[in-house]
Ligand binder design. Structure first.
Ligand SMILES: *[C@@H]1O[C@H](CO)[C@@H](O)[C@H](O)[C@H]1NC(C)=O
Ligand SMILES: *[C@@H]1O[C@H](CO)[C@@H](O)[C@H](O)[C@H]1NC(C)=O
Ligand SMILES: *[C@@H]1O[C@H](CO)[C@@H](O)[C@H](O)[C@H]1NC(C)=O
Length: 212
């Protein structure tokens, strides 16, 4: 009995020791891996900033903080992973903004210019979301340029797709500019435009037909 007890205690101790050493290893791994992953986002965002258009320039800081809204960014192994997260973040924000536009439409008087512009903006946002729902599987199906068209979409489809979605977001911004009472929605459309530009800038390397 005493021996059985001893055995239990010893094996428990061993299990606890194994467990805690595994935890320590895990922690060490996290500590070793995290800065490296964050470094990857920073690196990709630095590239995006270099490659972003002069009109509404995307800064590295804006890029990093926008992508880190989703913790999957920290796990991104490459630009492809990060671009997928970016597309999903953008889509989520447009859906939320579209909901606010729809709400505002309820209180807008029918037939007024406000109602019409809100309606157009709603259409723009919904079109952007529809396009992003195409970009997402396109990115997932992407097999690299060596994969060729037969097994996946060509590289340039990716930034092109996101660029189209971003374009619709900007249309909404044009609808809402200088509209009394719609300042909050207008401001939001500008933020969405920035997020769209960030996604486009992030995907610039896909325009390079010789790489990726
Ligand atoms: C950033 O751009 C450089 C030069 O094009 C490239 O070598 C590097 O892999 C890029 N880094 C990331 C994280 O995309
Ligand atoms: C910028 O985009 C081009 C393709 O348009 C690509 O070849 C280049 O590597 C990108 N630069 C960086 C720093 O990512
Ligand atoms: C506006 O008109 C549509 C039909 O054209 C109707 O369904 C809706 O309830 C009207 N909204 C308001 C606020 O009057």
């Amino acid at each position: 009995m005493a021996i059985a007890w001893m055995t239990t205690i010893i094996s428990s101790t061993i299990i606890i020791m194994l467990f805690s050493s595994a935890t320590t290893a895990q922690t060490n791994n996290d500590n070793g891996g995290k800065p490296k992953r964050t470094h990857f986002i920073v690196e990709a965002c630095k590239n995006a900033s270099i490659n972003s258009s002069e009109y509404r320039h995307v800064t590295k800081e804006f890029c990093v903080s926008a992508l880190q809204q989703d913790k999957r960014s920290d796990e991104a192994k490459d630009l492809h992973d990060l671009a997928l997260v970016g597309v999903d973040i953008l889509k989520g924000h447009i859906i939320a903004a579209s909901g606010k536009v729809k709400e505002m439409m309820h209180s807008a008087k029918n037939g007024t210019s406000t109602a019409q512009r809100l309606r157009l903006c709603e259409m723009d946002y919904d079109a952007a979301v529809t396009i992003l729902k195409v970009c997402n599987p396109m990115l997932k199906d992407y097999r690299g340029p060596k994969g060729g068209e037969k097994v996946g979409p060509p590289s340039f489809y990716l930034p092109d797709c996101v660029d189209k979605a971003s374009g619709f977001v900007s249309y909404c911004e044009h609808e809402l500019v200088d509209m009394p009472g719609q300042e909050a929605l207008y401001k939001e459309s500008i933020e969405l435009g920035k997020l769209g530009d960030l996604n486009v800038a992030l995907m610039q390397p896909y325009w390079d037909f010789t790489q990726n």
